[in-house]
Design a protein around this ligand. Sequence first.
Ligand SMILES: [Zn+2]
Length: 211
Amino acid sequence: MRTKLREGERKIFETRAHWITVIKPFLVLLLAIVLMVLSFVLIKEQTVFSRISHWACGALLLVAFLYFGYREWFRRRDIWAVTNLRVIDEQGIFRRYSKESPLDKINNLSYDQSLLGRIMNYGDVEIQTAAEEGATIYRRVAKPKKLKETIAHYRDEYGQELQQIQAKAATSAAEQKPEETRVCPFCAETVKAQAKVCRYCGRDLPPAKTS
Ligand SMILES: [Zn+2]
C-alpha cells in the first residue's frame, strides 16, 4: 500500500481484484506459448514459410506476454485496504489514484457472489457512503465476505478506536513537559533551571533552588 497511515492508524485487511479478472490475457499467453512450441515441433524444414511462421509466433508471444504483464501489474496495483479508520481504494501504475472513505461515513455494505464466485472466492462489493458520490461497486474482488465483514466490524468500533487514539495523543503530549528554566540575573537570558554557568554570558549562576 502506498498511502501513508496516520498517527494511531493500522492496516487490518487488504484485497484486490481476483485473478479471474486476468484469466483472458492469461489464456491468450498460454495459447501463444502452445503455438510457439507447435511451430517448432511441426514445421521442421527450412523454408521461407517456416521462418515466417516462427517469426509470427514469436511476435504473438511477445504481444501476449506484454498484454498479460500489463494487466497483471495493474491488478496488483489496484488495491482495497481497510484500516481501523478508513477504507482506501488505491490504483494506477504511473499516476496514483486513491479514494478513501472514513469508516463512520459508510452507510451501507453489501456483496454479491455468483456460483463460480462462491467457489473461487470472489464477488462484487458495494459500499454506500454519505458522500455525494453515493455508491462504489467493486467488481470481482477477492475475498469479498472478509472485506465486507472487516469494514462492518471496524465501522462499529470506529468511535472507540478514535477515542483510544486521542487518549494516546493526550498522554504523549502530557509526557513532554516543558523544561524548567530561570532567567540569568546578569544578562537576563533564559537558561535551564539547573544550570551552574550561564550559557550566554558565562558567569557563575547562584545555586538552583531545589523545590
Ligand atoms: Zn547570563
